[in-house]
Design a protein around this ligand. Structure first.
Ligand SMILES: Cc1cc2nc3c(=O)[nH]c(=O)nc-3n(C[C@H](O)[C@H](O)[C@H](O)COP(=O)(O)OP(=O)(O)OC[C@H]3O[C@@H](n4cnc5c(N)ncnc54)[C@H](O)[C@@H]3O)c2cc1C
Length: 378
C-alpha cells in the first residue's frame, strides 16, 4: 500500500514499530514532517534539530529530502493535496499526547476515514500506555507516589528489529527546501543530530560511564531517536546510583507528560489558579538582560550564554536560571518558558512548561515558592 508516514517525535529508522509493520505489509512509505506551531510549538533550536535530522534520515534512506509541510490551523487541505498527488491509500503516524495535537489528528482521522483512507496512530514515545495510566490514580501533588507505583511496572517493550526497512519514495506535491541560518549552523558545532549519534551516545553510556552527571540524551529522546522503552529495558538489571537517577528522571518525564496531556492550557495558565493573580513584575529590561546573559550574576549569565550558544544546559543550570527569573526578577514563568522553547535543542512542551510551573511555584506539584536558590553561591 502507498502509505503516508507523518513523522513527528519519532525521527528514527531502527526500532520503529511503524516501519516494522510497513515492512511486513510491503508498504511503500512516503515520509513528511508536519509543522504547525498552533498545535505544537517547534521553533529555533529544536526546529534546527528536526531539519538537520530529516536531512540525515533522507540521506540514509536514499531520497533527496523529507519535506517539512507547514500549515496554519487545519492540516486537511494540505494533506488532501499530498494524498492526491502521491495516490496515498493509508496514513500512519505516532500519536503525540498533547491536547491540541490530539484534536487535530482526530480531525484528520475522521475526515480521511470517511473517504476510505485508513489513518493508523501508534503509541507515543513514552513508557506508560494510556491503559496503564488509567489503572493508576495519579495524584499530581505527589511525584513520590507516582514514582513508587510506576517504577515497579513492567512496560511492553515490543520487538527490536533494525535490519529490514520498507521501500521509501520521495513525497511529491510539497515545496520548500530545508535551509539553515548562521545561528543554526553554529549549533551543528555542538551536536550530531543523526540516529547513529543517538545510538553511539547510548552505547557509550551503557558500556562506559552510567554514573555520568548528565547523559545528554534529552534531545535524542525528545525527537524520538531513542525509544524510551528500549532505554528502560537496557537499564533493567543494572544497579547503581547513576541508573537510579536516569530511571527517576525518565519517570519525571512520564509524570510531566501525564499532567500536560490532562491539563489543557498548562502551557499558558498556572495550574494553581491563585498564581494567575500573582503581582508579577513588568520590568521587561530584566527579561532582556536575563535572555542575553547580562544580569551581572556570573552563574546566571554564563548559563544563559551557553544556552544561546549550544542550545542546551544541564538540569541544575535550568533550575538556577528559571528560579532566578521567576523568584528574584519576578517575571512570570511563561516568558522564560517561551525563551526555552526557542533556544533548547530538546525543547519539549510537556517537560518544559511543566518544569517552569514546578520551579515557579505555580502548580500543584511545585516546590514551595519561598524556596529560592542563591545565585551567588550555587
Ligand atoms: C526550567 C526547566 C525547563 C526544562 N525544559 C526541558 C525541555 O524542554 N525538554 C526536556 O527534555 N527537558 C527539560 N527539562 C528537564 C531536564 O532539565 C532535562 O531533561 C535534562 O537536563 C536532560 O539532561 P540529561 O539528558 O543528561 O538527563 P538524564 O539525567 O540523563 O535523564 C534521562 C532523561 O530523562 C528526562 N529528564 C531528565 N530530567 C528530567 C526532568 N527534571 N523532568 C523531565 N524529564 C527529565 C530527559 O528526557 C533525559 O534525557 C527542563 C528542566 C527545567 C528545570
Amino acid at each position: 500500500m502507498r502509505t503516508l508516514y507523518i513523522l513527528s517525535h519519532d525521527l528514527r529508522l531502527e526500532d520503529n514499530k511503524i516501519l516494522q509493520d510497513a515492512t511486513k505489509k510491503n508498504d511503500i512509505i512516503f515520509p513528511i514532517f508536519l509543522k504547525d506551531s498552533k498545535l505544537e510549538k517547534l521553533s529555533g533550536a529544536s526546529l534546527w534539530w528536526v531539519k538537520s535530522s530529516l536531512t540525515n534520515l533522507a540521506n540514509k534512506i536514499g531520497i533527496e529530502r523529507i519535506p517539512i509541510v507547514e500549515s496554519s490551523g487545519s492540516y486537511i487541505p494540505v494533506l488532501k493535496e499530498i494524498i492526491n498527488v502521491n495516490k496515498i491509500e493509508r496514513i500512519v503516524s505516532q500519536r503525540i499526547p498533547f491536547p491540541r495535537v490530539k484534536y487535530a489528528f482526530n480531525e484528520i482521522n475522521d475526515y480521511f476515514l470517511s473517504r476510505g483512507i485508513e489513518n493508523k496512530m501508534y503509541e507515543p514515545n513514552n513508557l506508560l500506555s494510556d491503559e496503564m495510566i488509567s489503572t493508576i490514580k495519579i495524584n499530581f501533588g505527589n511525584f513520590g507516589q507516582f514514582f513508587k507505583t510506576t517504577n515497579e511496572m513492567r512496560f511492553d517493550y515490543g520487538e527490536e528489529d533494525s535490519t529490514h526497512l520498507p521501500e521509501f519514495h520521495e513525497t511529491e506535491g510539497t515545496n520548500g527546501k530545508i535551509e539553515f541560518s548562521s545561528w543554526e549552523r553554529n549549533l551543528a558545532k555542538y551536536w550530531d543530530t543523526s540516529e547513529s549519534a543517538a545510538n553511539l551516545t547510548l552505547k557509550n553510556l551503557l558500556e562506559g560511564n552510567l554514573e555520568k552527571k548528565n547523559t545528554e540524551l534529552s534531545p535524542y529522546i525528545r525527537h524520538g531517536q531513542i525509544n524510551v522503552k528500549r532505554l528502560w529495558k537496557k537499564l533493567s538489571g543494572k544497579e547503581s546510583e547513576g541508573v537510579d537517577k536516569i530511571r527517576r528522571n525518565l519517570l519525571w518525564r512520564e509524570f510531566f507528560y501525564c499532567s500536560y496531556a490532562r491539563r489543557q492550557y498548562s502551557n499558558i495558565l498556572s495550574i494553581n489558579e491563585k498564581m494567575e493573580n500573582f503581582p508579577w513584575s513588568g520590568h521587561w529590561d530584566r527579561l532582556i538582560n536575563w535572555k542575553e546573559g547580562k544580569t551581572g550574576f556570573p552563574i546566571i549569565d554564563g548559563s544563559m550564554r551557553k544556552l544561546w550558544e549550544a542550545g542546551w544546559i544541564d538540569n541544575r543550570k535550568r533550575l538556577l536560571v528559571s528560579d532566578f527569573l521567576t523568584k528574584l526578577y519576578l517575571i512570570k514563568w511563561t516568558y522564560g518558558a517561551e525563551w526555552f522553547m526557542d533556544t533548547l535543542v530538546d525543547a519539549d512542551e510537556a517537560n518544559n512548561y511543566s518544569s517552569w510551573q514546578w520551579v515557579s511555584g505555580c502548580s500543584d506539584f511545585s516546590w514551595p515558592f519561598f524556596r529560592i536558590f542563591n545565585p551567588l553561591k550555587k
